[in-house]
Design a protein around this ligand. Structure first.
Ligand SMILES: [Zn+2]
Length: 528
């Protein structure tokens, strides 16, 4: 079943402005579809499936003549297909609970109650009420995970984004500055207050729609990007201006590297922004939250321990990397959030490579392994709003790194990253969409690699033994059929192990100093 709805109110009101009717508002629905597949399994008896089947099939038996064959005994049909309509005030509607009536138009509603405050942002959600070092109000919101409905009414699900963007109007004391996503459309002065209206034209995750309020100052820079001139705007607290101007020169290097590896900056229409925040950071689309205190590393630390993570600003790089993976390509279900965090984590490795070369990049990824816990699978349970393991970050990075090793051709790997951003431009996807795309474009059978590392916690072991003039090898501690090819560091050659023993001719190098390429996240075990 697929459905796509688009609501186009006159304004996305966070509930802070005055309530009132929005008289001429309409709802438009585009490409609404509903498709059923019925899989016959009569042997299972009169179970829930049978009841469900009967209920669906009875009123629509006439549709069966149009059914498509799905294979022996199965059928599929569309109950609705690409239906589009617009609803205007006065139109008749049927409400599933309340029967027939007239659509009266959209209404702006007043949201009452106590706003929820975030206790530990950005890791929990809600409003952040802080003061800057000079005692001025400094406010924002963080709501990834908990969801945007913590502070404004919305359809709180990652799988659906407003197709035509959103706008945000923030009314504050006129001594303060309000920043939002996208571009400043209007600033209106009222009596002692000012209303700042910001507008995003591109689709946006609703957890990314965020107000920032404080004593901000700004400056602008042009970046000569793949789609032409990209507007880069920076908003920082007045007393941090000099530090920020120095630190944010890293944005040029980041954009150059990321456009090279992942394709054009995906929100050209809305521009690129960094906004200083009281919390560490978040990937708020076209208004990235920055709270790394103008230090390199992750608040000064190198997460990889390799020495290659502390000569660049982690938050500028990581949160901006999300513009490609999280904001451009969004997972439908947070169970698949490794698409956001794992691939963005790998953008850090790519940045290290742009800055310090490929050996440094390899060392960075290898260093990140020290944080992997293998406590539970990276992909969480579907349909229950639950993330998988925190390993989605650094193990996710290592998965992408191994995919790159197996592809063994950096120009193909780069074309895949760019192709993903082109094919799934401004779309929501499942992990399988990403996996299948990589498999198809690379021509490599990576399905077991993905299953092993995304869906189990086992770290495969390469077992080997020497028998006379032969080297025997196989995978253990892995799923059935695990078949990842692996490269040796000494001698320089590939092995294609399966879960049964295979053999190859033993060379002197193997005999004296058998070594596996450390770019593979595996264990190696010599057995007798
Ligand atoms: Zn992230």
């Amino acid at each position: 079943m697929s459905s796509k709805t688009s609501h186009a109110p006159d304004r996305a009101d966070p509930g802070l402005a005055n309530p009132g009717p929005v008289n001429d508002a309409a709802i438009t629905v585009e490409n609404l579809s509903k498709r059923y597949e019925i899989h016959h399994q009569r042997a299972s008896g009169e179970g829930l499936r049978h009841v469900f089947e009967s209920a669906i099939r009875a009123p629509i038996r006439w549709l069966r003549s149009r059914r498509n064959a799905l294979g022996p005994g199965n059928e599929a049909f569309w109950a609705l297909r690409d239906v589009s309509f617009a609803l205007k005030p006065g139109d008749f509607v049927t409400h599933i609970d309340h029967g027939v009536g007239k659509f009266a138009g959209l209404e702006t509603i007043d949201v009452n109650g106590k706003p929820q405050e975030a206790v530990r942002p950005p890791w929990d959600g809600g409003w952040i009420w802080k003061k800057d070092e000079q005692g001025n109000p400094w406010m924002s919101v963080a709501c990834q995970g908990l969801g945007a409905s913590v502070w404004y009414p919305c359809k709180d699900h990652q799988s659906d984004e407003p197709d035509n963007g959103a706008s945000l109007s923030i009314t504050i004391d006129s001594s303060l500055v309000a920043v939002g996503n996208g571009r400043l459309k209007e600033k209106k002065s009222n009596d002692g207050t000012a209303t700042w209206t910001w507008e995003v034209k591109d689709p946006i995750n609703n957890y990314n729609i965020i107000p920032y309020i404080g004593k901000y100052v700004t400056w602008h820079e042009d970046y000569n990007g793949e789609k032409g001139n990209l507007d880069c705007d920076y908003w920082v607290l007045d007393y941090d201006l000099e530090k920020a101007k120095k630190q944010f020169t890293q944005v040029d290097d980041m954009l150059k590297c990321f456009e090279y590896w992942m394709g054009p900056y995906p929100f050209h229409e809305d521009g690129y922004k960094l906004v200083e925040t009281p919390h560490l950071g978040m990937e708020h689309q076209s208004a990235v939250a920055y709270g790394n205190k103008f230090m390199n590393g992750y608040l000064g630390r190198d997460l990889s321990g390799s020495g290659w993570g502390n000569n660049w600003d982690y938050i500028i790089v990581h949160e901006s990397g999300h513009e490609w993976f999280a904001n451009n390509i969004t997972s439908n279900d947070i169970a698949d959030m490794w698409i956001h965090e794992g691939i963005t984590d790998y953008s850090e490795t790519l940045f290290v490579q742009c800055k310090s070369g490929k050996d440094a990049a390899n060392a960075y990824t290898q260093g990140l392994r020290r944080t992997i816990r293998n406590d539970k699978p990276i992909i969480g349970p579907y349909g229950v709003n639950q993330e998988g393991s925190g390993d989605m970050y650094n193990k996710g990075n290592n998965i992408m790194h191994m995919v790159r090793q197996v592809i063994d051709n950096d120009s193909t790997f780069r074309n895949i990253l760019r192709g993903l951003n082109e094919t799934f431009y401004h779309k929501t996807v499942d992990s399988k969409d990403i996996e299948n795309y990589i498999i198809k474009r690379s021509g490599k059978d990576l399905s077991k690699l993905f299953d092993q590392y995304l869906r189990t916690t086992q770290v495969p072991a390469l077992e080997y033994k020497i028998e006379g003039e032969k080297l025997l090898y196989r995978w253990t501690n892995c799923i059935s059929g695990f078949n990842m090819p692996v490269k040796l560091a000494n001698p320089d050659q590939w092995l294609s192990p399966g879960t049964d023993w295979k053999e190859t001719r033993l060379t002197a190098a193997m005999k004296n100093d058998f070594q596996v390429d450390n770019n593979f996240y595996i264990t190696v075990k010599k057995v007798e």
